[in-house]
Ligand binder design. Structure first.
Ligand code: NI
Ligand code: MN
Length: 234
């Protein structure tokens, strides 16, 4: 298992991930809780969630952003237009950013990187333009470099992500249908040069048929595909 140097990464089912640094910064990525069939029942979030990162506007990634931000006094970080959308829905503190940019969140440098996916946000008035889909690099000061890909297809510029950031842990969607599946995720792993992969976005709904076992059979022998249950941590 990879050493995350005191940083704890907890998978909460689907693409929802809680990152807690050794210095005590709590970051929740893509909160999908109430409607998430794989959310660990009874899991208690830390009292303070300092930041919520959103990869794109689809409801399986943002549906609990507003309630969690209100309850845990979080700042929501997202693509510029998506940050404005959640701001309109009542989130007080937002940081709008865009692809290629980095923001320093306490001890974590967060860079927004490419993803190949759509990004509309729906409410009672229909679907709203909230910018394009993204992924995030989280470079923890004195700790690891993490990559959360959001929803995406594999793309050649993952090579640039390797060159620029060298992520130690890659959190990749593998379910297929709406994102890449295991075959593509194996190529993504190679492009990223990551030695540890935490599979996301599989098994939540019937269409998401890709499995960690399928990915593990396709990656190089020195790559570890993490098998944990929702609610468990690396
Ligand atoms: Ni999506
Ligand atoms: Mn999704």
């Amino acid at each position: 298992m990879t050493s995350l140097k005191g940083t704890r990464v907890t998978w909460l089912g689907h693409a929802t991930v809680l990152v807690q640094t050794a210095k005590g910064t709590n970051i929740l990525i893509d909160p999908f809780i109430e409607q998430n069939p794989k959310y660990p029942k009874g899991f208690k979030l830390p009292e303070k969630i300092h930041y919520i990162l959103l990869t794109h506007g689809h409801s399986d990634h943002i549906s609990d952003a507003v309630p969690v931000a209100k309850k845990h006094k979080s700042t929501v970080v997202a693509m510029y237009e998506l940050s404005a959308f959640v701001g309109k829905q009542g989130v007080k503190d937002t940081v709008g950013m865009n692809l290629g940019g980095t923001v320093q969140l306490e001890d974590v440098a967060v860079t927004m990187v490419d993803a190949k996916h759509s990004s509309g946000a729906q409410d009672d008035d229909g679907t709203h333009y909230v910018g394009v889909a993204a992924g995030y690099i989280l470079a923890v000061s004195g700790g690891p470099v993490l990559y959360h890909a959001g929803d995406t297809a594999v793309f050649g510029d993952m090579k640039l992500i390797q060159e620029l950031y060298r992520p130690e842990l890659a959190m990749l969607p593998i379910g297929g249908h709406f994102t890449m599946g295991p075959k593509e995720a194996a190529v993504a792993t190679k492009l990223l040069g990551a030695y540890t992969v935490l599979p996301l976005h599989f098994g939540t709904f019937p269409q998401l048929t890709g499995t960690p076992e399928q990915l593990a059979a396709l990656v190089d022998a020195n790559v570890k595909v993490v098998r944990i249950e929702p609610g468990e941590s690396i």
